[in-house]
Design a protein around this ligand. Structure first.
Ligand code: CA
Ligand code: CA
Ligand code: CA
Length: 971
C-alpha cells in the first residue's frame, strides 16, 4: 500500500542539514517501542498577533484567556484533532499523554503522542523501515532510507510535524570533510579568557548573587518576592540524589554554603518517572545541568519557587526528550511566567520546512501564546556548534524568534585581568589612564576608574577558551581546548528562520553586515573564561567531597538571565503591568532608545568551524561532563565564526545586562505602549515611503560625524543646510551619557572625558504631517531604527559619513498606568565647572509654547516660572552639584501626558538658557542651541554663553516617569 510521502523528511533532514554524509554501517532493524508525537497545524494563524507590539499582544492574550478561547483559536481544530485521534486509535496505536504519564496529547498542544510498538507499526505510519547503525565517527544512531510517508487521513487532518522521543539519533557528516583549511595562530584564540591557564585552578569564580550584583540586578539584596520560575530538567525533575534529603533540602544546604539565608522551594512535575541515581555516573550531564540551573536561580532569586519539568520521563519507554519537558512547562504551567532551558536542539541541525523543525518551532510559539518568557542557552561550542560541516552553525532548535537566546561572555575583574597575558596591554593602558582603552572599557560596562588588584569590573569579552599549539610540521598542531567541547558560546545565523521583525527594525537586516536570517544570540552573560559561578555539583554534595564547584557555560548564563527576567516580572507586577511574556522585541527597543541598558562587548570571537579528518588534533577535556570529554579527534579548522564589535554582534548579541537600567527601560517602554500609544511619534513612515513629522514640534538636529559632513534637513518648506565639523574623539555618546547618570559611576571617569565637542546642533520647528528627509553630503540618509525609537522622541538618520539625530527637547510625561499627580524621578550629573541650576516647567505643545507665548517671547520666562514643577529637594530648581557629581530629585504632581521642558541658569555668569534655541543668545546670526539629546528622556546642557566648548554635558539630566510608581522598586 503506497502512502503519500511527507516532504523534507529524510533522516538527514532531521539530523544533518547542510552536511550529508554516507549511510551508517552495520544496519540492523531498530528495536521498539519508540514514542513519537504527531503535531497538527493550528486552527488559526497567530502571526499577526505575534507581530503586533507588546501591549497589543498582552491585551489580546488576556482577552482570549478571559474568554476561554485562547486554544480554541490557536490550538488544533477540534474536528481535525478528533479525526486524527480516531484514526490512530482505530489502527491499533497506543495513545500516550492522556493522563498518568509525562506526555501531553491535547487539542491545545496539537500533539498526539503515540507508542510505536514494532517495526510493522512504524512502517504502517511512516513507510521506510527504521534501522539502527553506526555513523562514520562511531556513534550509534537510528536511520531510515529516503523520505517518510504518512497516511492520507493524517495529512488530511493537518498533521504537519513530528517529534521523536529517543536518545538514539546522531548526525552523519562527511569524513573526511571538504572545508577550506585555515592555519590557526598559536596560543589563545581570543582575548580575555586565559587567566587560569596553566595554574590548575579556575580563576574568577563568583557566587551567583555576587555576579548578579556586578550586573546590577534591580532587586538584588532586597526581600521583594520574585515569581515562580519553570525549569526544563528532562528526566530529573526533583528526584534527589540522596535517600535521606529532598532536592529542596540539598539546595537549601548549597544556599547556606554560599551565604544565602533562605529555604529553597523546588517543586517537580514528573508524572512519567525519573532517572535513577545510578545515572549520576552514567549520564551526569543532566544532573550537572540541573544543579547549575537550580543553584543560580535560587542564589539570585531566593524567594522564587522553582518548578522543574521532567518531561516524558522513563515510564512507557519514554526517553525524556527535552521537547516533552517544554510541552509540560508550557501546558502544565502553574503560574511561572519565566521558563529557563539549557536544553534545546538536542538533535542538532534540521532542515527548514522539515516536519521535525516545524514541530520544534511550534513549541516556542506555544510559549509566546501562553505569555511565557522562554530563555534557551545558545550552546557551548562556538560558531561551529561542534557540527563538523566546515561551516558556522547554530542549533536549529534554538533559533526561534520567540525564544530569548542567551550566549556567553567572559568577565574579567581587575585582579583576574592582571593574571591574563592576553589582557596585558589593556590592563597596563587602563592603569596608565589611556583614554582610548578606558573609553572602550566603559562601553563594555566598567564603572570605576581602574586600580591595581581591585575586585571590580574591568572588561567583558566573548567567552572563548580555545588554545592552539602548533606542531612540528606545517599545518599540524593541537587544540588543547578544542572545538568539540564546551569552550565558547554558540552564535551565528539560523538559516532556517527568517530575520525576525525586531532584528529588522533594529537595523540588522540592512547595511554591510546585513543579516539574511535569524541572528543569535539575543543577549549574553558570563559563561566561562575568566569568570564562572560557584554552584552545587550534580550530586548536590552527596557523593563528592566538593559540594561547591566552579561551573559555567551558556547553560549558566541562561538561568542567570532567567533570574533577572523574574526580578523584572516582580517589578512589572508592582507597577501594575502584565508579565513580560514574549519579550524579545522590547529588548531590542531598549537597546535602541537607551544603549546603556546593555554592556556592549566589542572584543573576542567565537570562531570554531571544522571538518573531520586532517592534521590538527582537537582535545576537549571538560570541567564538567557536557558533552563528555572528546580527545584525540583529527580535524581541519575552517576558520568560520564571528567577532564581537560595537553594537549587536553574532558572538554576544546585544551584550550583557545592566540589570537596573534594563528594568527601568523595559518599564518605560511597557507603559508607553500600554497607555500612550496615541501620543505623536517624532516621525512616521519608513525608509521606502519616506517620513513625516508626527506633530507640531521643536526638533533638535544633532550631527555626529568622524570627519565632518554637510547635512541637509528638509521639513516641509524649511530647508536647512548645516556644515558640521568632525565630532571630537570622545564626544559623548548616548551610552556614555546614560552610564554617567548612575550614582555609582566614578566621577573621575566622568571628568576625564569632559570638554569633548559634539558636531553641529541646530533646531527647527516642524509642522504636523510635513515631509521630513535628511541628506548627508548630498546623499539621502536612512532612518533604520526610527520605527523603534520615534515613539520615544528620537530618529537617527544614518549614512556612512554621519548620523543626524532628530530628537525632541520636550518630554512627554508617560507615567506608570497613565496616573496623574505622579512623582517623576530626575537624575542629574554636573560635568561643567560653573554653578548652574535647572528648572522644569510645563508647556502646552511640543514646540514649547505657553498660553500662546513662544519660547523667547516677552513674558515667556515668567510664564515658565509660573508653570515650574515643585521638586522633592525643595523649591522649583536644583543645582550647585559641583563638578563631576551626581544628584537625584523628584518632580512632584506631574500629570499623565504633561509636556515638560527645562531651563538652565548659569549663576556664575548670570545667563539663562532654554531648551529652545530661539529663546537663547544669537551668535553670528544664529540662535545658539544649548541642549543635546542622549536617549529616551536623557539630555545634556551646554552651560556657556555663545556655545562654549559644545560638549553638551555640563548638566546631564534623565527623566524617569515610571520608577517611582508602585513601591518605587526602581527609583
Ligand atoms: Ca557588541
Ligand atoms: Ca561645556
Ligand atoms: Ca563639560
Amino acid at each position: 500500500m503506497a502512502m503519500p510521502s511527507w516532504g523534507n523528511s529524510t533522516f538527514y533532514d532531521l539530523t544533518s542539514y547542510r552536511s550529508i554524509g554516507g549511510v551508517p554501517t552495520g544496519l540492523t532493524n531498530a528495536t521498539f517501542p519508540i514514542n513519537v508525537g504527531l503535531v497538527l497545524d493550528r486552527a488559526n494563524d497567530p502571526t499577526a498577533l505575534l507581530n503586533s507590539n507588546w501591549a497589543t499582544r498582552e491585551r489580546t492574550l488576556q482577552q482570549l484567556e478571559t474568554n476561554g478561547t485562547l486554544w480554541s483559536t490557536y490550538g488544533a481544530s477540534t474536528a481535525n484533532y478528533n479525526a486524527a485521534m480516531t484514526y490512530l486509535t482505530g489502527q491499533g496505536f497506543k495513545i500516550l499523554g492522556q493522563g498518568g504519564d509525562g506526555y501531553i496529547s491535547s487539542q491545545q498542544d496539537r500533539t498526539i503522542w503515540v507508542q510505536i510498538s514494532n517495526a510493522a507499526q512504524w512502517q504502517a505510519l511512516f513507510g521506510p523501515t527504521l534501522q539502527s547503525g553506526t555513523t562514520p565517527d562511531g556513534q550509534k544512531t537510528l536511520f531510515w532510507n529516503g523520505t517518510l510517508s504518512l497516511p492520507q487521513t493524517l495529512l488530511d487532518n493537518n498533521v504537519k510535524g513530528l517529534l521523536l522521543d529517543t536518545t538514539q539519533l546522531q548526525p552523519i557528516l562527511p569524513d573526511p570533510g571538504t572545508g577550506q583549511a585555515v592555519s590557526l595562530p598559536g596560543g589563545p584564540q581570543s582575548i580575555g579568557n586565559y587567566a587560569g591557564e596553566g595554574t590548575g585552578v579556575v580563576l574568577g569564580a563568583q557566587t551567583p548573587q555576587a555576579m548578579a550584583a556586578l550586573y546590577d540586578f534591580p532587586l538584588q539584596g532586597t526581600s521583594v518576592q520574585t515569581p515562580s520560575i519553570a525549569v526544563i530538567e528532562p528526566g530529573l525533575g526533583t528526584v534527589s540524589p540522596s535517600s535521606t534529603s529532598t532536592f529542596s533540602q540539598l539546595l537549601t544546604q548549597y544556599l547556606k554554603k554560599i551565604g544565602v539565608n533562605a529555604t529553597a522551594n523546588v517543586q517537580g512535575v514528573q508524572p512519567g518517572g525519573t532517572f535513577t541515581t545510578a545515572t549520576l555516573n552514567t549520564n551526569p550531564v543532566f544532573w550537572d545541568e540541573r544543579a547549575l540551573d537550580a543553584s543560580i536561580l535560587a542564589a539570585v532569586d531566593p524567594t522564587s519557587q522553582q518548578v522543574l519539568y521532567a518531561g516524558s520521563g522513563t515510564s512507557n519507554s519514554a526517553k525524556s526528550n527535552a521537547w516533552t519537558a517544554y510541552q509540560s512547562a508550557i501546558f502544565q504551567n502553574d503560574g511561572s511566567p519565566v521558563i529557563s532551558s539549557s536544553f534545546g536542539g538536542a538533535l542538532g541541525v534540521s532542515s527548514p520546512d522539515s516536519p521535525f523543525l516545524w514541530a520544534e518551532q511550534q513549541i516556542f510559539i506555544d510559549a509566546a501564546l501562553s505569555n511565557l518568557t522562554l530563555l534557551t542557552s545558545s550552546g557551548d561550542q562556538g560558531a561551529g556548534y561542534a557540527f563538523a560541516n566546515g561551516l558556522a552553525n547554530v542549533s536549529t532548535g534554538v533559533g526561534s524568534p520567540f525564544d530569548l537566546i542567551v550566549g556567553g561572555t567572559s568577565l574579567s575583574v581587575e585582579q583576574i585581568a592582571a593574571k591574563d597575558p592576553t589582557l596585558n596591554s589593556i590592563v597596563q593602558n587602563a592603569l596608565g589612564g589611556n583614554l582610548a582603552t578606558l573609553w572602550q572599557l566603559v562601553q563594555s560596562g566598567m564603572m570605576l576608574m581602574p586600580t591595581a588588584n581591585s575586585p571590580s569590573w574591568l572588561i567583558e569579552t566573548v567567552w572563548n577558551e580555545y588554545v592552539y599549539t602548533p606542531g612540528q610540521t606545517s599545518g599540524a598542531g593541537t587544540l588543547n581546548t578544542g572545538y568539540l567541547g564546551r569552550a565558547s558560546g554558540t552564535g551565528g545565523v539560523d538559516s532556517a528562520e527568517s530575520v525576525p521583525n525586531y532584528q529588522r527594525d533594529f537595523g540588522l537586516a540592512s547595511g554591510p553586515q546585513a543579516l539574511t536570517s535569524r541572528g543569535t544570540p539575543d543577549v549574553s552573560a558570563p559563561a566561562g573564561g575568566n569568570s564562572s559561578y560557584k554552584v552545587a555539583d550534580g550530586a548536590m554534595g552527596t557523593t563528592s567531597t566538593s559540594f561547591i564547584v566552579d561551573e559555567g557555560g551558556t547553560s549558566a548564563a541562561t538561568p542567570f538571565w532567567a533570574s533577572l527576567m523574574a526580578q523584572i516580572d516582580a517589578v512589572f507586577l508592582d507597577q501594575g503591568l502584565p508579565p513580560l511574556g514574549y519579550v524579545n522585541d522590547l529588548l531590542y527597543i531598549a537597546a535602541a532608545i537607551e544603549p546603556a541598558t546593555f554592556n556592549d562587548d566589542t572584543m573576542g570571537n567565537n570562531i570554531s568551524s571544522y571538518v573531520l579528518g586532517g592534521t590538527v588534533t582537537s582535545n576537549s577535556p571538560n570541567v564538567g561532563s557536557n558533552p563528555p570529554s572528546v580527545t584525540g579527534t583529527a580535524i581541519t579548522p575552517t576558520g568560520q565564526g564571528y567577532y564581537a564589535g560595537p553594537g549587536y554582534d553574532l558572538a554576544t548579541g546585544l551584550g550583557s545586562p545592566n540589570g537596573l537600567l534594563l528594568a527601568r527601560t523595559l518599564s518605560t517602554i511597557a507603559h508607553e505602549q500600554m497607555y500612550f500609544g496615541n501620543e505623536p511619534n517624532l516621525v512616521n513612515g519608513d525608509n521606502t515611503v519616506g517620513w513625516t513629522s508626527g506633530a507640531y514640534q521643536n526638533v533638535l538636529l544633532q550631527t555626529m560625524s568622524g570627519s565632518g559632513a554637510t547635512i541637509g534637513v528638509n521639513a516641509g518648506s524649511a530647508n536647512l543646510a548645516v556644515s558640521s565639523g568632525p565630532t571630537a574623539t570622545y564626544a559623548w555618546t548616548s551610552r556614555f551619557a546614560e552610564d554617567v547618570l548612575q550614582p555609582n559611576f566614578d566621577p573621575n571617569l566622568v571628568t576625564l572625558f569632559d570638554k569633548q565637542s559634539q558636531g553641529s546642533l541646530s533646531q527647527a520647528n516642524f509642522l504636523a504631517g510635513q515631509n521630513v528627509s535628511v541628506s548627508v553630503n548630498g546623499n539621502q540618509a536612512q532612518a533604520t531604527e526610527a520605527q523603534m525609537t520615534s515613539g520615544f522622541g528620537i530618529a537617527d538618520f544614518s549614512s556612512p559619513n554621519a548620523v543626524e539625530r532628530l530628537a525632541r527637547p520636550v518630554a512627554i510625561a508617560e507615567t506608570a498606568g497613565a496616573q496623574d499627580n505622579a512623582t517623576v524621578v530626575a537624575r542629574l550629573r554636573q560635568v561643567g565647572e560653573d554653578n548652574t541650576t535647572l528648572t522644569f516647567y510645563r508647556v502646552d505643545d511640543l514646540a514649547g509654547d505657553i498660553s500662546g507665548l513662544q519660547p523667547g517671547a516677552p513674558g515667556y520666562a515668567a510664564a515658565a516660572q509660573a508653570r515650574a514643577y515643585q521638586l522633592s529637594t525643595g523649591g522649583t530648581s536644583i543645582g550647585g552639584l559641583g563638578y563631576g557629581n551626581f544628584a537625584q530629585t523628584d518632580l512632584l504632581h506631574v500629570n499623565a501626558g504633561d509636556l515638560i521642558a527645562m531651563t538652565l541658569t548659569n549663576n556664575t555668569h548670570g545667563n539663562t538658557f532654554w531648551a529652545f534655541s530661539q529663546a537663547n543668545e544669537v551668535v553670528n546670526g544664529q540662535a545658539v542651541g544649548h541642549l543635546w539629546n542622549y536617549g529616551a528622556n536623557v539630555w545634556g546642557w551646554e552651560d556657556t554663553f555663545g556655545g562654549g566648548d559644545r560638549d553638551y554635558n555640563d548638566m546631564l539630566v534623565g527623566l524617569d516617569f515610571t520608577s517611582a510608581s508602585g513601591k518605587g522598586l526602581l527609583a
